[in-house]
Ligand binder design. Structure first.
Ligand code: NDP
Length: 450
């Protein structure tokens, strides 16, 4: 006889998770954001309690940790730690970026891999979830040092990935250059040409619009949120943080749709441009930051922009905010300031840039808030399209892919509306998490206990 199921409680679930995963604060934070909205949903659908789906979803399928040795230009041997967290492949091959940054550790990669489960599910494309990287800092390294590091990293990683197994992409510190070095090494080791990495160069299987996709998609999502509130993006003053791949292509799209981007930042400070950055200035910054990994202060010097060292841009009055740098960029004090200064909507370009307490502030103040797993899903969506093109051995045109990206972002917005209704308002955090959860959970149920 099966005993009566007791409902799940958030406190008990989180207590167990923290106990099983000690000293992983970012992972706890990412799970809590999901559990807060998904547990009430699970309690209405006991089949998920019986199969312990949330407990299974918060345990990665496997975690790989490996040594990466390489030789620097002075012939000294360097040792880094490499990781791949293969989180969940219920709905497709593992898929997610690689991050090269000195702060990389297991907690950060588990939070990113867990988030990826929901994000990839929201795209409706057949992609599971993973994340990986190394505590390697590409800043200040020569081209050859980066190449040797990437080759050594891939020598181990290649044993665990494949076009139908796990398909990595870029993230912080991993752009087109690093992906190319890794793809070259993978191809050499395996003696095969398959789409095992995404974000590749256009000459060797990369997709048009992939590098722009996260930033463009984030702007498309913001447009959907505003449209649903009878508003539009044209003429809005926007705060963008970061000046990497996501931030700069979000800026490009914002300029194209007639908004004004008044700030950008990097880990050393932010620039303030009251009249908005123009396309020509943006191209200079892209060259400086994306291709040469330089400092934003150089652009400020060049264009005589106001520069605020060691500060974040959140105190500048504006209408919309796009946090696009890294996790935990907006705390509750900054959220208060942004609300006071007139921010009406926030779309996360980065993963988990807003602390949970700050999210609640925004929601309570009626600020539209889009969590990264919905608003930054455009990057992985076009990676999914890159995988399809590689499998078909063909390439789609730019306009076709942009249309598909728009339609995927529109569809994610619809899913948020469907599952996020809350007392006449839309809670995008609830909508994204429940919709992302449902698809993966139902696949896991169908497989039985595996
Ligand atoms: P990049 O490496 O291209 O750029 C990262 C930017 O963030 C740089 O401006 C960097 O400044 C800044 N930054 C990094 N760490 C910190 C820090 N600790 N404090 C302040 N600023 C920091 O990365 P991406 O643009 O690719 O990624 C940005 C965010 O978007 C990440 O959260 C990533 O996970 C997320 N994301 C990326 C996707 C993609 O397609 N690339 C897809 C979905 C999400 P500096 O130059 O000084 O280091």
């Amino acid at each position: 006889m099966m005993s009566e199921l007791s409902p799940m409680t958030l406190e008990k679930f989180m207590e167990g998770l923290v106990k099983r995963n000690p000293k992983e604060p970012e992972f706890h934070q990412a799970v809590l954001e999901v559990a807060e909205v998904v547990i009430p949903y699970i309690n209405l659908h006991p089949k998920y309690i019986r199969s312990r789906i949330l407990e299974r979803m918060t345990e990665p399928d496997r975690t790989l940790i490996f040594r990466v040795c390489w030789e620097d230009d002075e012939h000294h041997i360097q040792v880094n730690r490499g990781y791949r967290v293969q989180f969940n492949n219920a709905i497709g091959p593992y898929k997610g970026g690689l991050r090269f940054h000195p702060s990389v550790n297991l907690s950060i990669l588990k939070f990113l891999g867990f988030e990826q489960t929901f994000k990839n599910s929201l795209t409706q494309l057949p992609m599971g979830a993973a994340k990986g990287g190394a505590n390697f800092d590409p800043k200040g390294k020569s081209e050859w040092e980066i190449m040797r590091f990437c080759q050594s990293f891939m020598t181990e990683l290649s044993k665990h990935i494949g076009e139908d197994i796990d398909v990595p992409a870029g993230d912080i510190g991993v752009g087109a250059r690093e992906i190319s070095f890794m793809f070259g090494q993978y191809k050499r080791l395996k003696n095969e040409f398959t789409g095992t990495l995404t974000g590749k160069g256009l000459e060797f299987g990369g997709s048009l619009i992939r590098k722009e996709a996260t930033g463009y998609g984030c702007v498309y999502f913001m447009e959907e949120m505003l449209k649903n509130n009878n508003d539009s993006i044209k003429g809005k003053r926007c705060l963008v943080s970061g000046s990497g791949n996501v931030a700069l292509y979000a800026t490009e799209k914002l300029i194209a749709v007639g908004a004004k981007v008044v700030t950008l930042s990097d880990s050393s400070g932010f620039i303030y441009v009251p009249d908005g950055i123009d396309q020509e200035q943006l191209e200079f910054v892209i060259e400086l930051k994306v291709f040469r990994r330089g400092r934003l202060a150089k652009a400020a010097e060049h264009f005589k922009w106001e520069y605020h060292p060691d500060k974040k841009p959140w105190g500048v009055p504006a209408d919309l905010a796009f946090p696009c740098a890294t996790q935990n960029e907006i705390d509750v004090g900054q959220a208060d300031l942004m609300i006071k200064n007139g921010i009406r909507a926030v779309a996360e370009g980065a993963n988990m840039p807003t602390l949970s307490t700050a999210i609640k502030k925004f929601q309570n103040a009626g600020v539209l808030f889009a969590p990264g797993k919905a608003s930054n899903a455009g990057g992985v969506a076009v990676s999914g399209l890159e995988m399809t093109q590689n499998s078909l051995r063909m390439a789609w045109g730019k306009d076709d892919i942009d249309l598909m990206l728009r339609s995927i972002m529109g569809d994610i917005h619809q899913q948020c509306l469907r599952y996020g209704e809350e007392a006449g308002n839309i809670d995008y955090v609830k909508g994204a998490n429940i919709s992302g959860f449902k698809k993966v959970a139902d696949a896991m149920l169908a497989y039985g206990v595996v």
